[in-house]
Design a protein around this ligand. Structure first.
Ligand code: FES
Length: 164
């Protein structure tokens, strides 16, 4: 066998070894963590929109007398981040002027927070999965979204019922 022949044999052996290696170490997809703990309920004021997480995770925490919800900071028009205007109690998008309802003190579950009422946004802000961890902290999963127009705000994970 000539040099070229041995080269071909060694080449195919290498391919075989590579395949074996891939078999021994299968590719695992590590998904980024999307659930975060955001503190205890008493750290949040009733009838208020909390902006603590908007920069880091792009959601607001809204506490009504009935409990908690997490609102996505992504405008449903073209994706800008609205601003919460405390005096007017609304989320106002700086890009094209869409407005979304803030917190309503008389708000029953699931409430009107995040509903669009002015400007071009075609639908309400989305809500994120919210719950409690074993240590009592509130958890928010910004990988699970609930859309009002699909009736998903009624789902149990879209609102955390809690009374002080
Ligand atoms: S992106 Fe918010 S109004 Fe257009």
């Amino acid at each position: 066998m000539g040099l070229a022949g041995w080269g071909a044999v060694l080449g195919s052996l290498n391919v075989g070894l590579l395949c074996f290696g891939r078999f021994m170490y299968p590719r695992v997809l590590f998904e980024p963590r999307t659930t975060v703990k955001i503190g205890r309920p008493d750290e949040y004021q009733i009838n208020a929109v909390n902006e603590k997480w908007i920069k880091l995770y792009r959601f607001w925490v809204v506490r009504t007398p009935a409990g908690f919800l997490a609102l996505s900071g992504v405008c449903t028009h073209l994706g800008c981040t609205p601003r919460y205007l405390t005096a007017e109690n609304k989320f106002k998008c700086p890009c094209h002027g869409s407005g979304f309802r803030g917190v309503d003190p008389t708000d029953p579950y699931p409430g009107i927070s995040g509903i669009n009422f002015e400007g071009p946004a075609p639908r309400p802000l989305e809500r994120l999965k919210i719950g409690r961890a074993e240590d009592g902290q509130i958890t928010v999963d910004f990988g699970v979204l609930f859309r009002s127009e699909k009736g998903e705000w009624e789902k149990p994970d879209a609102f955390l019922k809690f009374r002080a």
